[in-house]
Write a protein that binds this ligand. Structure first.
Ligand SMILES: O=c1ccn([C@@H]2O[C@H](COP(=O)(O)OP(=O)(O)O[C@H]3O[C@H](CO)[C@@H](O)[C@H](O)[C@H]3O)[C@@H](O)[C@H]2O)c(=O)[nH]1
Ligand SMILES: [Mn+2]
Length: 762
């Protein structure tokens, strides 16, 4: 190993020529977009000067507004494109196993109905078996439902794990999620190694028995007439350290298996439980007094480990002595196992995980993305880069003011600060049980600073963050933002083999609900006193580009404004023969063409660079448009209602179950609108409006021979029509259960008809 000491654990290079081409394109687009803005501004002024309020002047004003928003968003997005980098890691150069730090793994689940228990257990088993010293791995399963099924299933999983883990390690299994392993026909046909085949058969029987037991547990749950006394909203805290059953079999003796702790925090009606952030903070405290590992891997319950070497890959960054003092977390992308070739709902989120995060990585690191990240514990406790704060922070009484009234926990903080990578890190505190339960109670955080970003002295830029920040349903984004603001950096680990694989929504409604939540959460941050544009830039002047990226996301739902404007006014004007854009022969027309093509080319370049095709681009454009008119629009409404105090933004859990019918439609790339609420209405109404205006307007255009004047609007309408085809199909032509719900279809027909009629003779 000694010769490895001088070899880097990881390398990083700027992705060229992408970076240079991005910067050149910036210049071209900037000039053209400025010309477009100038053209619109002057026309708006002129129109209002001439005939005050009319359809023309109002439309021009809204189109100008749309262009200003688009320009604003385009400026912000440049942060992602300035310096994309790509990294490589060399886990084989890591120090010996006994030098590796301990690792706590948090797995979050919240609802045994929406999150199938067997899938959660597969996630647990997949990380139990990762390629990392077992005695240094500690798994915590957080169950926000307090469901007995989950606890019992976890016990079953653990005893199956005591066979599964040794098996994986002995035969160096490539994917350590049992369900995936046993379904992989390639592995199972590999008959050469007799011993392997025998063992596999044995484990398969055990796995089937385990699955059967979990199934029975579930059935029992549903059939019991009295039900469980505990409910999802109301249950006491429960913490169980799940131990290996004493068994007398000999063949698994030389393997230790990671510890597993089940944690269900207390929930009471009327006490805000802060969703996932609240659960994570409980886990931070509970794990703090039990194992207190310096690093934590956070996983959603559906994200199983697909590559057992991921922890070692992450350690290539965390153990790099130059980078480590300022490194808060290593983020892995989110990849998905159930995504179809077509990906009509853009569940892949290609733009963020495959393109933009690489750009952020070249600045000060990717945004914390909820799951698949290895975070440094002390960074979450408010430490500043370079180590813990000064000695006064080590006094237990002072710590109690901030961290709450638990001796054990505050002691764990002090010990934690003396950690060094070479030292043995964990002390198994094993405190009295009731002392741990208190850490998971509703009242523990009262009067403490958990979940808050607290300025220590308001006039300085120092501040303190304890745990995951509350106040937004995108706790990941918000928490990561504060870490970056305090000077921490992050890195993006983007190996070719996906490290983790999760589950995407495969029907339109689930996708919209998820997107609405994200957008509402992001907008909550934009409207808080932590708006990235102001707070971010003022905190850390060195990272204006990074703050721009954060701001772009925070203002993500703002895209619905230009989408609304472009979905209404050009159409109404087209219908009435009013020209909004320059004529075909005018030099200004060129500027519009350049802006439009430049945006398309930019996205196409990003898609092609990943080896995707034109279809991906079309799907992305389509989803961008429909989501902008539904999920994002209603996210704005949600946040607005929160601001005026009538309701709160909720964490609507993403559904992770699907029936065969849904799966089939999804695989075939057919939109499934089943279960869609009136949230779909703006999109369906505008698509019908566009269709009506296109037909009516085109007829007029021909009649009055106004092609030159109205060409831009004609093309725009055709473009929108192409993107909205699935909607129109779903309203007009389809009769299956996946069509647009009749109620929504009816109202969109009425509304669009009404609007068209009102403006027909304007
Ligand atoms: O009160 C809650 C709500 C959710 N969860 C867990 O949080 C995870 C994410 O929830 P999910 O419904 O799957 O949301 P997604 O939209 O798939 O999640 C994305 O967006 C979230 C922020 O909105 C991030 O927390 C996630 O990591 C990110 O994958 C799941 O494991 C849940 O069990 C809890 O533990 N408690
Ligand atoms: Mn999820």
């Amino acid at each position: 190993m000694s010769e490895n000491i001088y070899l880097p654990l990881h390398t990083c290079r700027v992705i060229e020529p992408t970076a240079t081409v991005n910067r050149l394109q910036f210049l071209i687009h900037f000039c053209a977009a400025s010309a477009v803005l100038y053209y619109h501004a002057s026309r708006v002024l002129f129109a209002f000067h001439l005939d005050r309020v009319s359809l023309t002047s109002v439309s021009l004003a809204f189109i100008f507004l749309a262009d200003v928003v688009l320009f604003f968003m385009w400026v912000l997005i440049q942060g992602f494109r300035y310096r994309p980098v790509s990294r490589s890691v060399f886990p084989e150069r890591l120090p010996d196993d006994n030098m590796l730090p301990e690792l706590d793994i948090f797995i979050m689940t919240a609802d045994p109905d929406k999150e199938p228990t067997i899938e959660v257990m597969n996630t647990v088993l997949s990380v139990m078996a990762i390629d990392y010293p077992s005695e240094k791995l500690h798994i915590y399963l957080s169950d926000d439902a307090g469901a007995d099924v989950t606890l019992c299933a976890a016990k079953e999983a653990y005893s199956f794990g005591s066979y599964w883990v040794p098996f994986c390690k002995r035969f160096d299994i490539a994917v350590r999620c049992p369900e995936v392993f046993f379904n992989d026909s390639k592995i199972n046909r590999q008959e050469s190694d007799k011993e392997f085949c025998q063992e596999r058969q044995k484990i398969k029987v055990l796995f089937d028995t385990f699955k059967e037991k979990v199934k029975k547990l579930k059935e029992k749950k549903y059939s019991s007439a009295t039900g469980f006394q505990k409910t999802r909203q109301e249950h006491p805290s429960q913490i169980e350290i799940i131990r290996k059953e004493e068994s007398n079999s000999t063949d698994k003796e030389d393997f230790t298996i990671p510890s597993l702790v089940y944690v269900s925090r207390e929930k009471r009606k009327g006490v805000h439980h802060r969703f996932k952030a609240g659960a994570l903070n409980v886990l931070l405290r509970v794990s703090g007094v039990i194992t207190n590992s310096p690093y934590i891997l956070v996983l959603d319950c559906d994200m199983y480990s697909n590559d057992p070497s991921s922890a070692r890959q992450a350690m290539c960054f965390h153990l790099d002595s130059r980078l480590s003092p300022s490194l808060a977390f290593v983020q892995f992308p989110q990849d998905f196992y159930n995504i179809s070739e077509n990906d009509i709902y853009c569940g892949e989120i290609r733009q963020l995980f495959k393109t933009f995060w690489l750009g952020l990585d070249g600045l000060r690191g990717p945004i914390l993305s909820g799951t698949n990240f290895f975070v440094k514990r002390c960074a979450l406790y408010g430490a500043k880069p370079g180590g813990m704060s000064n000695s006064e922070d080590k006094e237990i009484s002072r710590l109690k003011d901030k961290f709450g009234n638990s001796n054990e926990f505050c002691l764990s903080l002090v010990e934690e600060s003396s950690h060094d990578f070479d030292e043995k890190i964990t002390t198994y505190v094993n405190p009295q049980k009731e002392n741990i339960l208190i850490l998971a109670s509703c009242d523990y955080e009262n009067g403490t600073q958990w979940g808050e970003q607290v300025p220590i002295r308001s006039y300085t830029f120092t501040s303190f963050q304890i745990g995951y920040i509350y106040g937004s349903v995108v706790e990941d984004y918000f928490t990561g933002f504060h870490l970056h603001c305090r000077g921490w950096v992050s890195t993006y680990c983007f190996p070719s083999k996906p490290a983790f694989l999760g589950n995407v929504p495969i029907n339109f409604n689930d996708a919209l609900v998820q997107n609405k939540r994200w957008n509402a959460g992001l907008l909550e941050v934009a409207f808080s006193r932590h708006c990235p544009l102001i707070f971010g830039i003022s905190r850390n002047f060195t990272s204006v580009l990074q703050s721009m990226c954060y701001a772009w996301l925070a203002f993500w739902p703002a895209y619905s404004i230009p989408l609304l404007c472009y979905g209404i006014f050009p159409q109404l004007c087209f219908l009435n023969g009013i020209t909004l854009f320059p004529e075909l022969t005018s030099p200004w027309f060129g500027a519009f063409v350049v802006v439009f093509l430049s945006s398309c080319i930019q996205n196409l370049r990003e898609v092609f660079r990943l080896g995707r095709n034109f279809t991906t681009w079309c799907n992305e454009q389509r989803f961008w448009m429909i989501n902008g008119l539904t999920g994002q629009l209603f996210a704005i409404v949600d946040v607005f209602l929160k601001l005026i105090g009538t309701s709160a933004v909720n964490f609507d859990l993403t559904n992770k179950t699907a029936d065969e019918d849904q799966k089939k439609r999804y695989e075939n790339g057919v939109f499934n609108f089943e279960g869609c609420s009136l949230m779909l209405l703006p999109a369906t109404t505008l698509s019908l409006l566009n269709l009506g205006a296109l037909i009516g307007g085109a007829w007029q255009m021909m009649k009055f021979n106004a092609i030159e004047r109205l060409f831009a609007q004609f093309i725009l309408s055709c473009f929108i029509l192409a993107l909205s085809l699935p909607l129109i199909e779903g309203i007009v032509f389809r009769r299956d259960t996946g069509r647009v719900p009749p109620r929504v279809a009816f109202w969109s027909l009425v509304l669009s008809g009404l609007i068209l009629f009102m403006f027909m003779f304007c």
